[in-house]
Design a binder for this molecule. Structure first.
Ligand code: ZN
Length: 358
């Protein structure tokens, strides 16, 4: 971890009611037991596998958060003393490395101005519906004067189809710096620190950026990814005054309870495969004292003793199919995720209790 960042404590005041029920397979197994103990969705010592970015961007919490410093190479916070500059370590690292690389390309240019991320322990924060699990950040536009001289962003200014934005309280305009904005999007899409789930922007801004990148002869695959991830959300403002970046759950994140927020783009690494769940473990979940489940092995690559020659275990297929179906529906949520939430709750309720399924 970088010296400039600090890890959050493990308090969880904003515990999401659906985070546990909508977690990955293994979480479901444990949650079945934990339900009996009256604890659902909370990352507690009884559910040690729930950690990091837990739940969906519009309904979740955050542990092990990292704080974005007030400023760094190529970036500065919009609210230097803001409380909502905590995020998933990958997101914070992405902001820092991408900003530093842009600064290297144009050392004299104004910094990337960074809006809110999340609260230290996630949960709902003012001004935002999502931003609850450390995977979202608002990035203000790079702008120039109307003549093209780079200037620091004056704040959240609304860019029109001509690329111009009035500066509130003045008679002046700034112009979207399409060149630097595309450099930013390109660097984010190519970043090793995390995977872009969405770049929420208005249709006008998307058109300006796509036109610019296309005219530059950028790689077709990269352009396609950019066009795929840029979206004007239908359940929020048009996002003509900033880009809202959301990163996708990594496979590791998903194992620990990260869900939803958008489709699993085909260029992202596939989800980790679950090994067979041994019937003996499931019986233990159904019958044992839930307070003793912390040591239960969740994943195994070892072959199940009752597996068919091809290694498949029918009862486990049922569980996996449930999870696949549920994830597909969860992925339909966009910025605020109302659809995602509804599907998540419905699907979670449709998963029969462990004792019945197994
Ligand atoms: Zn936002």
């Amino acid at each position: 971890m970088r010296a400039s960042s600090s890890a959050a404590s493990n308090g969880h005041p904003g515990c999401a009611a659906d985070a546990c029920a909508a977690g990955p397979n293994a979480a479901l197994v444990l949650c079945g037991g934990l339900a009996a103990a009256g604890c659902i969705g909370c990352p507690t010592p009884l559910a040690p596998q729930l950690a990091g970015s837990i739940g969906a961007p519009h309904s979740g919490v955050l542990t092990n958060a990292v704080q974005l410093p007030v400023s760094g190479s190529g970036y500065a916070r919009f609210r230097p003393r803001g409380r909502f500059y905590w995020g998933h370590p990958g997101l914070v690292q992405m902001i820092e490395t991408v900003a530093a690389s842009l600064a290297k390309q144009a050392p004299a240019s104004p910094p990337l101005v960074v809006g809110d991320l999340s609260a230290r322990e996630g949960g709902k924060i003012e001004r935002h519906h999502s931003h609850r699990t450390g995977r979202d950040v608002d990035l203000l536009w790079f702008v120039t004067t109307p003549d093209g001289a780079p200037v620091r962003s004056p704040g959240f200014v609304h860019v029109g189809s001509d690329g111009l934005a009035p500066v509130p309280g003045t008679n002046e305009y700034v112009r979207l710096d399409v060149q630097r904005e595309w450099s930013l999007f390109k660097a984010l899409l190519l970043s090793d620190a995390g995977n872009v789930q969405w770049l929420f922007v208005s249709r006008d801004v998307e058109a300006l950026i796509v036109d610019y990148a296309g005219s530059r002869g950028e790689d077709a695959e990269l352009l396609w990814r950019a066009e795929t991830t840029m979206l004007q959300p239908g359940d929020s403002s048009s996002h003509d005054d900033h880009v809202h970046l959301r990163i996708a759950c990594s496979g590791e994140d998903a194992v620990h309870g990260c869900i939803g927020g958008g489709p699993r783009w085909e260029w992202l690494a596939p989800w980790p495969e679950l090994g067979p769940l041994l019937p003996a473990w499931l019986e233990q979940v159904a019958h044992d004292d839930p307070f003793e489940l912390a040591g239960l092995p969740l994943y195994s690559k070892a072959a199940a003793p009752d597996a068919a020659p091809d290694g498949r275990v029918p009862v486990h297929e049922t569980r996996a199919d449930n999870d696949r179906e549920r994830r597909t529906h969860l992925d339909e949520g966009l910025l605020h995720g109302e659809t995602s939430l509804a599907w998540g709750l419905d699907a979670a309720e449709s998963v029969p209790p462990i004792g019945v399924v197994l």
